[in-house]
Design a binder for this molecule. Structure first.
Ligand SMILES: *Cc1c(COP(=O)(O)O)cnc(C)c1O
Length: 398
């Protein structure tokens, strides 16, 4: 017997659960891509995207995943031989750094490990030491989905300012947009990348790049930018096809329109508050369980914890065993531990993650937590009593 039949819950940190409304919006015949409803709808999508990003400047959409958005952003401002500085708090920081390397950048990484977060003084000192201003951009991942560390992007901006360094500040908000508060203009971020399949609740396939006037000036001074990645016409198209450098991602746009409608109806502040409270419930459960067993939040400092993804430590082989159990026995699929392996645990079997981004509510999170507790029981991992009570209290408080 399995107790998994019924509606499954994919609780991995992307792709996230797509609402029925979003899926239904995609269920239609292909529209005309030259004039009519699709064209008019897309003109309305751009200001709504900018609102969620907190920018009055430029927004672009690429038919890509997050990796494509990484490359798109870099391709517009980084030429071969240019230098970038990447303060890293997890696997995704390295991923963006590798992408920069791939287009010929000279990359300097500062590795802050997987638990501690960035030391902004060290970032500022590195920038201050760059007297010739060779560093053209600082790449910061807002929420690194592997460690679930959330970086204070205002702090990173302050590090640039403290060093009076002119480099662009570029942010990866792929995991955080629409979950953790982010305000591009107010926080002094010059370029931001995001993707459709996490907080924005749309299936994978759309990458977003936002940029401001300063970044546009850097783009204008580039020796060459490949026509497909060039953000210029995409941000200010004369013809509809220029938004996408070719055929529009028709069905994804209908999905995105509906997802933006849902965010608008709920209100962005309420969306942030929902994610914050659900994350709080998760922390309460795990901290209580951890009083009597090996389970532990990866990030100790509450101010550095993401509201969209939570990375956990439970000791090998329990992470993998627990994921298997919840998936096959109760229908909850948890995220693998990503980029967290150690010498003693080369496959990362002692780690796992909760995705709680986008279309997620209290009963989903409480169900997930109860499933995890049942799983620990079933596979014989001890845990402190009262974890579910602690989570329920957070939800009851609202
Ligand atoms: C998911 C994610 C990526 C990669 O996105 P893909 O769509 O898998 O290419 C990059 N950065 C962060 C922070 C992410 O969460």
């Amino acid at each position: 017997m399995s107790l998994a039949n019924g509606r499954p819950y994919l609780a991995i940190p992307g792709p996230s659960v797509s609402p029925e409304r979003v899926l239904r919006a995609m269920h239609r015949s292909a529209p005309n891509i030259y004039e009519g409803a699709l064209v008019e709808m897309t003109d309305g999508i751009m200001p709504d995207l900018k609102r969620i990003a907190g920018t009055k400047h430029f927004a672009t959409i690429y038919i890509s995943n997050g990796h494509g958005a990484w490359e798109a952003a870099l391709s517009n401002v980084i030429a071969p031989g240019d230098k970038v500085l990447v303060p890293v708090t997890g696997r995704f920081g390295y991923g963006w750094a590798e992408m920069a390397q791939g287009i010929g950048a000279e990359v300097e990484v500062i590795d802050f490990g997987l638990r501690d977060g960035m030391d902004m003084d060290r970032v500022a000192a590195t920038l201050a030491a760059d007297k010739a201003h060779k560093i053209k951009a600082v790449l910061g991942v807002h929420v690194d989905t592997s460690s679930s560390i959330r970086t204070d992007m205002r702090g990173l901006r302050a590090a640039l300012d403290a060093a009076a360094h002119p480099a662009l500040l570029m942010a990866d908000c792929i995991a955080s947009l629409g979950c953790d508060r982010f305000e591009m203009d107010a926080w002094g971020v010059d370029v931001m990348v995001a993707a459709s399949q996490k907080g924005l609740m749309v299936p994978p396939g759309l990458g977003f790049v936002f940029f401001n006037d300063k970044a546009a000036e850097v783009r204008a001074a580039m020796p060459r930018v490949s026509l497909y990645w060039d953000w210029t016409a995409r941000a200010t198209p004369e013809f509809f096809y220029q938004y996408f450098g070719g055929t529009a991602p028709t069905h994804h746009l209908f999905a995105l329109r509906e997802a933006l409608n849902m965010i608008h109806e709920e209100g962005l502040e309420a969306v942030y508050a929902r994610h914050a409270t659900l994350a709080e419930a998760i922390w309460a459960a795990v901290e209580t369980w951890g009083e009597g067993g090996p389970i532990e939040l990866n990030v100790a400092d509450r101010a550095m914890r993401s509201h969209a993804v939570t990375s956990l430590r439970i000791g090998a082989p329990h992470g993998t065993a627990l994921r298997r159990w919840t998936e096959y026995e109760v229908g909850v699929t948890l995220g693998i531990g990503l980029g967290m392996s150690t010498k003693d645990d080369p496959k990362g079997d002692g780690f796992f993650r909760f995705g709680h981004m986008g279309h997620v509510n209290a009963h989903m999170v409480l169900g997930m937590l109860a499933s995890v507790q049942a799983g620990m029981s079933a596979i014989g991992v001890p845990y402190g009593p009262g974890g579910l009570d602690a989570a329920a209290k957070v939800i009851a408080r609202g």
